[in-house]
Design a protein around this ligand. Structure first.
Ligand SMILES: Nc1ncnc2c1ncn2[C@@H]1O[C@H](COP(=O)(O)OP(=O)(O)OP(=O)(O)O)[C@@H](O)[C@H]1O
Ligand SMILES: [Mg+2]
Length: 288
């Protein structure tokens, strides 16, 4: 819409030659990352994604189901190798997972036989620290997510939201500069989800780390982010970049503001356009 100070960058080149940059020197660079899953019927998941995240930037990735969001996040986490392109942290190519990147996934990934504190402390096993120091760091991070009184609880005694808070505490405990989150609140009810969004905003505003966040929830993306990227259908590329210049610190009430609603509308329209776009060849595949 003209005259609304539109922060949308518009359609992007399928594979931009230069990665898009955020503010400041890039902390994380994704350069023309491609992925085809080989097999009897190869699946092209990503067709060249490039983006740069500045230090302390919060960037979300939205797009239709199956467009390659989790694939991209797993590549950045170093859990799977790209078929082409590379990922750099502070200018150096990544080589597998590393302590510079913390990861939180949608499904609860806690060890059921360990307490909340032990789950966090387990992530610190590679650090040169005494058991006591490990315990202290674990407690400090459980307090950060408001779970100080649940340090001795087992995962089965915790609600879904609490388990995700332990997962966040664990991912932050080794002080990564980048946090990768794949639909971390996707399995939570609406009310818990709002609380978790507020918690994450608070943690991010106090810790200031670079976040790459995948979600299906457009309101969540707008509320949390500095920028939101919309992906195309599979094979995934970046389609739109939307800058979220809403003031910080953010409050949940901002979700009612006209600027917020306009950003949400634009992103939803962009995703909807993709979901209505029939994949070339899919009709033949269905008929076959
Ligand atoms: N290990 C794998 N082997 C083969 N194909 C895969 C593998 N992982 C993902 N894919 C395929 O790659 C495409 C992208 O999957 P991905 O999980 O990245 O999508 P997504 O955007 O995260 O979807 P959702 O929003 O549903 O979580 C899909 O077509 C999926 O079937
Ligand atoms: Mg996914």
């Amino acid at each position: 819409m003209s005259g609304s100070g539109a922060p949308i960058a518009g359609p992007l080149d399928p594979a931009p030659a230069a990665p898009m940059t955020g503010r400041g020197a890039p902390r994380l660079q994704i350069r023309d990352v491609r992925k085809t899953f080989e097999g009897k019927k190869p699946v092209e998941a990503l067709a060249g994604v490039s983006m740069s995240l500045a230090a302390n930037e919060f960037v979300s990735l939205v797009g239709t189901s199956g467009c390659g969001k989790s694939t991209l996040l797993s590549i950045v986490a170093g859990l799977i190798d790209p078929s082409g392109g590379d990922v750099l942290v502070d200018g150096a190519s990544i080589d597998g997972p590393g302590r510079d990147r913390g990861v939180v996934f949608q499904t609860y990934t806690l060890f059921p036989w360990l307490t909340a504190r032990e789950n966090v402390a387990f992530a610190l096993r590679g650090e040169k620290m005494s058991t006591k120091a490990r315990r202290e760091v674990a407690d400090e991070h459980l307090a950060l997510v408001g779970l100080e009184s649940f340090a001795d609880a087992q995962p089965r005694q915790l609600s879904g939201g609490m388990k995700q808070r332990v997962a966040i505490a664990r991912a932050l405990s080794y002080k990564p500069s980048i946090l990768l989150m794949d639909e971390p609140f996707g399995a939570l009810d609406a009310q818990t989800r709002l609380l978790m969004q507020e918690l994450l905003t608070r943690v991010w505003e106090s810790h200031r780390l670079t976040v790459l966040f995948v979600t299906h929830d457009v309101e969540e993306a707008v509320y949390l982010s500095d920028r939101v990227f919309v992906m195309t259908n599979r094979p995934g590329r970046l389609k739109d970049e939307v800058r979220i210049d809403l003031p910080r610190p953010r409050a949940i009430e901002q979700q009612e503001a006209p600027e917020f609603l306009e950003l949400r509308r634009r992103i939803l329209a962009s995703i909807r356009e993709e979901s209505l776009r029939v994949e070339p060849g899919i009709e033949e595949e269905i008929r076959a």
